[in-house]
Design a binder for this molecule. Structure first.
Ligand code: ADP
Ligand code: ZN
Length: 750
């Protein structure tokens, strides 16, 4: 669309803009999903499609995006509110807008809610407060009687662009008061300077290129180079590569190589990582390769940093952004490649507000941007693996660990034969192994994906399991903080050893282990060992995490006890023994992906072992040694397991062969909820091949006092599941005390 300026004179109708506001309007019907409203473009305002504008909406001033402009008659115009201001940032690229629209359509989240993820840095949109610089006054001639200090300032300012007083003072070594007095004396004058985007695209491109040239050259192995060349060969159009390499094969180095080629061509690149994998050691590795620091994007970085990144990305500057899933919503306008590292990771699914899967949305984004996507993993999701098998994705394999490292040996320890003593969690076999490693000064990782001390607290008097009063969830005992906690809603009560039901004191029995209890056992058996517990309770902030990881890398820890937090991404050179305390945890349960997920998690944990010269071992304690997941891990025949799992999914008409959507309705008012879902049930669409299960109480019926009822929809993949949901739901009005969550391709079946 051409730039339109509203020049108003007699008889010329006014200009109206359709603005999509960044506020979600929840009604589920196709018109409102867009969240689009008319505003008046006032005189002298220049707007076009993509312009970011400020408008008044529901008594608030908010940001929105112009979608269309048209002329209208005076009568209509009188009723409209004007656009309040136009942001100075360049209009959002139409490719980005198309992406937002499709995310909204796919997830069925209101457009405003999706838009808000992109317009998430208000500072970047609003005008900067003016910044002043000083320059030599043009009106004054300079006499010779100037002091030395004043002369210094004058000559410095004559050969430099206008900058702040403090910078001039710093550069010339004179005091700020001298500069102020020179201003008063008319020797200097004050000019408004822009603080932002002093650089331009070419200069950024040039300095990144120089940094790469100066960085140390790392040579890829033959296998790695082959993989990188294959992916880079087809880099100017949309395509998906599944970079499927065993743990320690150097997948990171391979995609670095591809990203590097894109940067040299001046493109923007996005590397998505699961949040906890983004560590200082990862960034250091990046710096070694590229010679510059990437833009890091996640919820924890400062607003001023975000502002700079947002503006540069929106202006199309070449860059590498590495971030958590939210980085996908930066206003990229010049994408070279998107990498989704650990593509199978469940952390890519956002479970609240806009419910989306970052891997799937990355593919969508790349499709619009016409750029390649790399999905890197040692344990592909069955969805991606199937796509690769069918030839929809390029399947790139790395079969060997880099350098001298070999794959660890994986064994199971049958707990039915080698049962630990009562109240203990490690078998004699495992203890012997740990002793051995400690003697030869190697590290051991004990993996138990359970936070706290004990998962179950039960009254020995009345038999009641202690549970949360506002969730259907058992309370977990935490010894370090001496609390009983609900892992569902986070509520914590002081641990008083008193039954919540019969009020008997000293009657609480703690059942089962969490990492804290396992640590207790380790302290007793290996009092000399240096032990570190890694869980989200012991490491509560990134810097704590960083220090701990560093001390493990430096070999200052002998035994690491950790939850899933340590399972992924880390490279601990001295770690040669991984023990999975409870290999059965996660195998059962009604979750569609229980087996797949356990397989992925255990492969990742196992992959921490023996990543350098010394060969690694893995021991998995289990009561189900013959379970297909454990068999596959032992024999390291992943694809056989995938085939088996897929055959079961196909039989059961489940993804990746069909598509699911979960609809969760929740309310504090149980009766109103029941009435509403009953009405919905009576309006269920009747189509062949469309199966709607429910309404049924959700597996966790109550969370934070809200009752939850679920429908599950299962359709063939070619069916438009969104349309079915939309048609169905627009037939029954939803009372405002009910909350609806639509989850397309659910991963979480709570
Ligand atoms: P993956 O992500 O496949 O598990 P990594 O990328 O972590 O594997 O690589 C494993 C280790 O091998 C890392 O320490 C990495 O720095 C090293 N490495 C891999 N490829 C190379 C290479 N070409 N040159 C030097 N070191 C490499
Ligand atoms: Zn709770």
């Amino acid at each position: 669309m051409a730039l339109i300026q509203n020049t108003k004179h007699e008889n010329v109708p006014a200009l109206i803009a359709k603005v999509r506001v960044s506020v979600p309007i929840p009604q589920l019907n196709s018109k409102n999903l867009k969240n689009e409203f008319d505003y008046l473009v006032t005189d002298s305002m220049s707007v076009q499609k993509g312009s970011v504008v400020q408008v008044s909406f529901a008594n608030r001033i908010i940001w929105g995006i112009v979608y269309e402009c048209s002329h209208t008659t005076e009568i209509e115009q009188a009723k409209l509110k004007p656009i309040l201001s136009v942001s100075q940032v360049p209009p959002i690229d139409s490719v980005s807008l198309k992406f937002l629209e499709q995310v909204s359509e796919w997830t069925m989240a209101p457009f405003g809610q999706v838009l808000r993820m992109m317009l998430c840095v208000p500072n970047a949109l609003s005008k900067d407060s003016p910044v002043f610089g000083y320059t030599v006054s043009s009106s004054q001639g300079h006499s010779k009687q100037l002091s030395k200090a004043r002369q210094k300032v004058i000559s410095w300012c004559q050969s430099n662009p206008p900058v702040s007083a403090s910078l001039i003072a710093k550069e010339t070594g004179v005091s700020s008061s001298t500069i102020n007095s020179m201003l008063k004396a008319g020797l200097l004058e004050k000019l408004e300077i822009t603080s932002e985007l002093i650089q331009n695209k070419q200069s950024v491109s040039f300095s990144l290129r120089k940094a790469i040239e100066a960085a140390s050259k790392i040579k890829l192995s033959e296998e790695q180079a082959l993989a990188a060349n294959k992916m880079a060969a087809d880099n100017n159009r949309f395509n998906v590569s599944l970079l499927d390499g065993v743990t320690g094969s150097g997948k990171t180095e391979v995609y670095f190589d591809v990203v590097k080629r894109q940067i040299l061509e001046g493109h923007q690149n996005l590397i998505l990582l699961p949040e906890i994998a983004l560590t200082a050691s990862w960034v250091n590795r990046f710096k070694k390769w590229f010679g510059f620091t990437p833009y890091i994007w996640h919820s924890g970085i400062s607003m001023s940093h975000k502002k700079r990144i947002w503006r540069e990305i929106n202006a199309g500057f070449p860059a590498v952004v590495v971030g958590a899933r939210s980085a996908l919503f930066l206003p990229f306008s010049n994408l070279g490649v998107i990498v989704v590292d650990e593509e199978h990771d469940a952390g890519y699914k956002q479970e609240d507000q806009v419910i989306y899967h970052a891997r799937d949305m990355a593919i969508l984004r790349a499709k619009h941007a016409k750029c390649p996507v790399i999905l890197a993993t040692a344990t592909p999701s069955l969805e991606s693996w199937t796509n690769a098998q069918l030839g929809r994705y390029q399947h790139i394999m790395l079969e060997n660990r880099y350098g001298a490292a070999t794959m660890p040996d994986i064994q199971t320890i049958d707990l039915r034969k080698f049962r630990p003593p009562s109240g203990k969690w490690m078998s004699a076999l495992l203890l012997a192994e740990i002793e051995e490693r400690l003697k030869s000064q190697q590290q051991i990782l004990l993996y138990l994906n359970r936070r706290g001390y004990a998962p179950l607290a039960v009254c020995s008097d009345c038999g009641v399991k202690q549970s949360c009063h506002q969730c259907d969830s058992l309370l977990v005992t935490h010894r370090l903080s001496n609390q009983l906690r609900c892992h569902q809603c986070g509520i914590a009560h002081p641990f008083k050893n008193k039954c919540q039901s019969c009020e008997q004191t000293d009657s609480i029995q703690l059942v089962g282990p969490g990492v804290e209890r396992l640590a207790e056992e380790v302290y007793q058996l290996f009092p000399e060992a240096r032990v570190s517990i890694l869980s989200s309770d012991t490491l509560t902030n990134p810097s704590q995490m960083e220090t701990t990881i560093q001390s493990i890398e430096n070999g200052e820890v002998d035994i690491i006890i950790g939850t899933q937090m340590v399972a992924k991404g880390h490279h601990f050179p001295k770690l040669t023994c991984v023990a999975v305390i409870d290999g059965d945890l996660g195998l059962s349960g009604g979750d569609l992906r229980a087996g797949e997920r356990t397989y992925q998690m255990l492969t990742q944990v196992a992959g921490r072992s023996g990543r350098e010269q010394k060969a690694g071992s893995v021991f998995i304690q289990t009561s189900e040694a013959s379970h297909p997941v454990l068999q596959a891990l032992r024999s390291q025949k992943r694809d056989d397991y995938f085939e088996l799992e897929l055959a079961q999914r196909e039989n059961a008409h489940m993804p990746p062969f069909t598509r699911l959507a979960a609809l969760i309705f929740s309310s504090m008012n149980e009766t109103a909820l029941a009435q509403y879902v009953k009405k919905l049930e009576s309006q269920k669409p009747q189509f062949q091949n469309v199966f709607i299960y429910g309404p049924a109480p959700a597996p966790i019926y109550q969370i934070k006092g809200r009752f939850r009822v679920r429908f599950l929809i299962n359709v063939p993949k070619q069916v438009n599941i969104q349309k079915i949901i939309l048609d169905w739901h627009s037939r029954v009005d939803m009372p405002s005390i009910i909350k609806r969550q639509i989850d397309i391709d659910p991963y979480n079946f709570m």
